[in-house]
Design a binder for this molecule. Structure first.
Ligand code: GLP
Length: 236
């Protein structure tokens, strides 16, 4: 793991945007994208840049189940607001939270993942170590799945909803195997509330109990951290 620690989240976000730029420069154009507050600044920098994504393919990690794409907390809505409506991509893909036929949706999304191997995959991390919506205990061999969110994730994400009861309890998520298929993975994490998770994924064992620990096994992972999230690392 290539671990880079920056004074601020903003500096780390600039570094992430630079990696997008370098990836595009080499003609690699399939981007696995994430939602959440963590990548917001990076998307803002991309929007303000002169980078051209009109030949690029975007494939998102996950979507809440049972939510319309027009809902302001759907990940489809988030991506449009923060990136796609400002920076057109050739194609954008995101699981369809309105498809109640899980088997059909999983098959559909897995076919997209098969067709477009990711050149660069962006990840955030949940305070319990989840990536996308792969909660603790998720199989490292999984491709797309319909998952049940843990109470801690529902609690963490309730800050975006009027109250906790409105947070969807299920989601469609790219599986860990598919995430690991990307050529280059960037995980960004900021703030003290995720310091324990970051320590575990870097210094702890590789275990399905801490989903992001699997990244130790990937040959090309860059961790972009701010000082607060890196504060519990032994080497610090
Ligand atoms: C959600 C998403 C994850 C994201 C996590 C952290 O659960 N499914 O992809 O990494 O939230 O979000 P935030 O960046 O807002 O802390």
């Amino acid at each position: 793991m290539d671990i880079k620690i920056f004074k601020t989240a903003e500096e780390a976000s600039k570094a992430a945007a630079e990696i997008f730029k370098d990836t595009l420069k080499t003609g690699q154009e399939v981007f696995g994208l994430a939602t959440g507050s963590t990548p917001e600044k990076t998307y803002e920098i991309l929007v303000e840049s002169d980078l051209d994504f009109s030949n690029a393919i975007a494939i998102n990690l996950d979507e809440y189940y049972g939510i319309a794409s027009t809902h302001d907390q759907s990940y489809a809505y988030f991506m449009n607001q923060h990136l796609f409506q400002h920076k057109p991509f050739k194609e954008t893909h995101i699981p369809n939270g309105e498809n109640t036929d899980a088997e059909d949706e999983v098959t559909r999304y897995d076919a997209i993942l098969e067709k477009y191997p990711r050149d660069l995959q962006i990840l955030g991390i949940g305070s319990n170590g989840h990536i996308a919506f792969n909660e603790p205990g998720s199989s490292f061999d999984a491709t797309t799945t319909k998952v049940k969110l843990t109470d801690s994730t529902i609690q963490d994400n309730s800050r975006f909803f009027d109250n906790k009861d409105e947070v969807p309890q299920e989601a469609y998520s790219m599986g860990i195997k598919s995430i690991m298929d990307a050529k280059h993975i960037i995980l960004m994490a900021f703030g003290e509330s995720k310091a324990d998770a970051i320590k575990k994924i870097i210094e702890g064992p590789v275990t399905e109990d801490v989903p992001a620990s699997v990244l130790q096994k990937h040959p090309n992972v860059t961790l972009l951290l701010d000082e607060a999230v890196a504060s519990k690392l032994s080497s610090n």
